[in-house]
Design a protein around this ligand. Structure first.
Ligand SMILES: [Zn+2]
Length: 451
């Protein structure tokens, strides 16, 4: 009785290709991945969370050669920068952050298995391809019918990314070409390097097993990347690859697709340099549904930051709240209802948009009760516990230190002098509290907190 074994969930997020700084659109996906693990942990699940770094592909090789650095030096730099961004956004660390360059042996073995089972073949150009005609379910994620596709052998793509119209046999192992420079491995598949898609299939298999419960990625990865991951993994593992696909919607900036041409690609560092709190970006994203595409503007980010500041101010007022004993019974009930409402909408496909609506309502209610001086010590404690619990999911609040006993004594003395109309002494007390703000509420309650 009372004991319930934690259910394990495994989750894979297609991580960044580390050839550049991640932009705010990329980060929307990683914020989503983080949110899902946090919410599932909150619900009592045990989540194993893997998010990879793509450190070898067309773009990383090109970038490393252009910068005159080795592939490892080049990608290490962007991995570090990415992790700084994640810290600024208060994202939890994944359990595993694999890199394909460290898993070449596993990748080659996986491809060898596919060849053995007839799903892959080595072509005249020296590269190894996946034969999509052999995998009858090819196209199932994107609703593309086999007959609409070019049959294996007639069409082949050697690029990591391509359009649906070009769906054809895709590359698993790329034979070395001059433009690859020093990037190659000598293996049983020949001198070359892995393609992009095979990397994720192998990393899922190695760290999470044959089936992934939840697989997350931006909507732009649905084709060809995820379609190819399914083909490779199901051909190899002989069981369903992913139970739930979660695709994050796209982000436009000022009504336009992010592109160099419009100069509207922003990184987290730029958000910071422009004077914004990156955490406000999280709240901003949570205010729409993750599946919807969303338009970003700095004006709206500013508005959201003001909202976030308001929430954190309420927490300050709460932490530094002192009031008469008593409190209202229905207050606790109401807070519990808000919490249940938030959980309910989060249970329904992580509906953060509605969750944030309830959250903001809840904060208005808390603020009102502070101003009215209606909270008991128990009410305050309960509210803070609830908010801390919720913040394990959203990771957006700031909880300040409690004011010290000495500070409280000074505030109380000041009130006492004021009640006695001894304003000289009351002002003296206030001067001693100059780093603090004392807010007087109704009912003789007050909040004291650092300015
Ligand atoms: Zn992937």
């Amino acid at each position: 009785m009372g004991f319930r074994a934690k259910k394990d969930i495994n989750m894979y997020v297609c991580g960044p290709t580390v050839y550049n700084y991640a932009h705010i659109g990329n980060m929307r996906t990683y914020i989503l991945g983080d949110l899902i693990t946090r919410f599932l942990e909150y619900k009592g699940y045990n989540v194993k969370y893997v998010r990879n770094y793509t450190d070898v592909d067309d773009k990383t090789i090109k970038g490393s050669i252009e910068s005159g650095k080795s592939l490892e030096e080049f990608t290490n730099f962007y991995i570090k920068e990415f992790e700084k961004d994640c810290a600024l956004l208060n994202l939890n660390e994944p359990d595993v952050k694999p890199r394909p360059t460290k898993l070449i042996k596993e990748i080659v073995e996986f491809i060898e298995d596919l060849i053995k089972d007839g799903y892959a073949y080595k072509a005249k150009d020296g590269s190894t391809y996946f034969d999509i005609s052999k995998f009858v379910n090819y196209g199932k994620l994107n609703n593309i019918k086999q007959k609409e596709l070019k049959k294996g052998g007639s069409g082949r793509v050697n690029l990591d990314e391509y359009e649906k119209d070009n769906a054809s046999d895709f590359v698993l192992w790329k034979a070395w070409k001059e433009e690859d420079g020093k990037v190659f491995w000598n293996t049983s598949l020949g001198k070359g390097r892995p393609g992009w898609h095979i990397e994720c299939s192998v990393m899922c298999y190695k760290y999470l097993g044959k089936t992934v419960d939840i697989h997350v990625g931006g909507e732009d990865l649905k084709f060809p990347h995820h379609e190819n991951e399914i083909a490779q993994s199901e051909a190899h593992n002989k069981v369903r690859f992913t139970n739930y696909w979660v695709h994050g919607g796209m982000l436009t900036v000022d009504g336009k697709k992010m592109s160099k041409r419009y100069g509207n690609i922003y990184t987290i560092k730029e958000v910071l340099e422009k004077g914004y709190n990156p955490i406000a970006l999280k709240l901003y994203y949570f205010m729409s549904n993750y599946r919807s595409s969303m338009d970003f503007s700095f004006d709206e980010l500013k508005e959201t930051e003001l909202k976030l500041n308001g929430l954190n101010k309420t927490i300050k007022r709460l932490v530094g709240y002192h009031g008469p004993k008593g409190g209202v019974e229905e207050y606790k009930k109401k807070i519990k209802i808000y919490l249940k409402d938030i959980e309910k909408v989060m249970d329904n496909d992580f509906n953060t948009r509605l969750a944030m609506t309830y959250l903001l309502d809840m904060f208005s209610y808390i603020n009102l009760n502070i101003t009215e001086g209606k909270l008991s010590t128990g009410n305050v404690k309960f509210t803070l516990q609830t908010l801390k619990k919720l913040d394990t999911v959203f990771g957006i609040f700031q909880f300040p230190e409690m004011p010290t006993k000495l500070i409280l004594k000074k505030v109380k003395k000041r009130q006492w002098y004021r009640a006695k109309k001894n304003y000289v002494m009351a002002d003296k007390m206030r001067d001693q509290l100059k780093d603090y703000l004392v807010e007087d509420h109704k009912n003789g309650a007050f909040s004291v907190y650092k300015i």
